[in-house]
Each structure stands twice: as C-alpha cells, then as structure tokens.
Design a protein around this ligand. Structure first.
Ligand code: ARG
Ligand code: ZN
Ligand code: CA
Length: 260
C-alpha cells in the first residue's frame, strides 16, 4: 500500500505503586515518539553516520490513542488497573489477563494493545525493558509490553531508556521485524531477513562508536543506530528501507485488519 496507516492504540497501565500509574502525559509522550520515529521525523536521525544515511526510511505508520472502546463507547485510549504483582513473566503473559493481575487485551484485529507494567522478567532474566508478539499469534496476547520506567519521555522514564525507544523497538517486532543481528547469538549465520541491513554478529549495547565491525562487514560495520539493535535510546534512531518493506508487508498481510 502507499501512504500512511494510522493505528489505534490502547495503553493498559497496570500499576502496583502510585508512581507506576503513569500519567496521561507520559502516555502521550510515548505516542509522540512513535509518531516521530515511524515517520523518520526524529531529529536525532542526524547522528546516523554519513555512509548509512541513505538507508534511513519512513515507515509510513502513525499511532493515535483509541477514541472508541470495544463496546463503541468514547474512551481516552488508556485503561488503568491496580495489581498486586511486582514483576510480570514474559513466558506466562500474565500482564495480559485480568485473571493473573493484568489487563485483558482489546480485540487485536482493531487495536494495538500496549501494556505498561511495574517490571518484566523471564525464567532466565530480570529487568527486561519490553517484549512483543509477532504477527500471527493468539489475539488475547497480541501487542507489546513495556516497563513503566522505559516508557515515554517524562514522568517515571529513566535514562538511558527515557526516549521512548523501547516501544519503537517492540512495535517493530509487532510489525514482524527481527533483531538486526539475526538472533543467533554472536555468530554470523543468523539473519534478520532484511537485505539492506549489514550482517551483524551480536547485539550492541550502550552508545557504540562508528565503525563497529563484525562478520567482515567493514568498512562501515554494524548498523548499530538501528531501532532493532540493543543500544541505548539515544543511539537508536532509524529503520531501513528493507525493514519498512517488511513492516508494510505485515500491514498488507497478517495485520491488514488494523488501521486506516
Ligand atoms: N526487548 C529488549 C529488552 O528489554 C528491548 C530493548 C530496548 N532497547 C532500548 N534501548 N530501549 O531487553
Ligand atoms: Zn527485541
Ligand atoms: Ca549473529
């Protein structure tokens, strides 16, 4: 498809403490970041090394808080749920069900569900910033989850993950993007299934310097400025044309019911 797709978003704020009950302003700050990043309107894209600037692409996706709820009633697109759960488990998807201390999804064929929660862990890792479900999964767990202190740019958002890029990264997954290093650890065999991203060994962290070379990808090296790497928020600033093709294919395929 040509042009932009506008996606209705419902933000489910699941909180145990008062601070975790993030403000409407913090929610809106996250929507604003998504709208900048997915249109390549983020001004920090100027930090992309010259050699990689031609790869910067407009994803042609916009986001707006839902104005109608599943029953057809007016809404501000934000639900608020008090919980006794301190940390939610990625394997259980417990944040996504009221029966386990979370909030139920709104119909995934019509809304992007975005849960904000106290903390996230897996069986092997604590302190996870966010996670997402790829296209094609069950509707009741579809969407993205972001920890409150990595959400938006104000309120409880805390450096170095206070520029809203965790949600940008997770919505990238939700639109079928893989990690840029190919998810095979630090080896060179994995692929993100995108042709214009350089082959990359493993994830980068922090604020890398150019060039960072792996997998014989010199002279320009890893595209560590990409939203699908693991660098700090200030260092991830772009999608590529190939990634946009993949996201648009998801919007024309498994996600074709959502957005206008
Ligand atoms: N799923 C990743 C994690 O929590 C998200 C990484 C987001 N990175 C960022 N700079 N915001 O480990
Ligand atoms: Zn990821
Ligand atoms: Ca790899």
């Amino acid at each position: 498809r040509t042009g932009c797709t506008s996606i209705p978003v419902v933000v489910h704020v699941v909180h145990r403490t008062a601070a975790q009950n993030v403000s409407d302003a913090q929610v809106q700050s996250q929507i604003d970041v998504l709208n900048a990043d997915f249109r390549a309107k983020n001004t920090d894209k100027s930090t992309v090394p010259g050699a990689y600037q031609p790869l910067i692409a407009d994803a042609r996706v916009t986001f707006k808080l839902a104005t109608t709820d599943p029953d057809g009633n007016p809404t501000n697109g934000i639900t608020r749920t008090s919980t006794t759960v301190s940390s939610f488990n990625t394997d259980l998807d417990d944040v996504k069900h009221a029966s386990t201390g979370g909030a139920d999804a709104w119909p995934a064929d019509a809304y992007l569900n975005l849960w904000v929660c106290p903390a996230i862990h897996s069986p092997t890792q604590t302190g996870i910033l966010g996670y997402a479900q790829f296209p094609g999964g069950p509707a009741d767990t579809d969407g993205v989850v972001v920890v409150h202190h990595g959400f938006g740019t104000t309120g409880t958002a805390a450096a170095p993950f206070d520029l809203g890029r965790t949600a940008t990264h997770e919505v990238g997954h939700w639109l079928d993007l893989r990690h840029i290093w190919g998810d095979d650890g630090t080896g060179c065999a994995g692929s993100d299934l995108v042709a214009d991203t350089p082959n990359q060994g493993g994830p980068n962290f922090g604020t890398p310097t150019f060039p960072t070379i792996s997998c014989s990808n010199g002279p320009n090296g890893d595209l560590f400025v990409n939203y699908m790497d693991y660098v700090d928020d200030m260092a991830m600033v772009m999608f590529t044309h190939g990634q946009v093709d993949r996201m648009q294919a998801a919007l024309d395929g498994p996600r074709s019911t959502i957005g206008t």
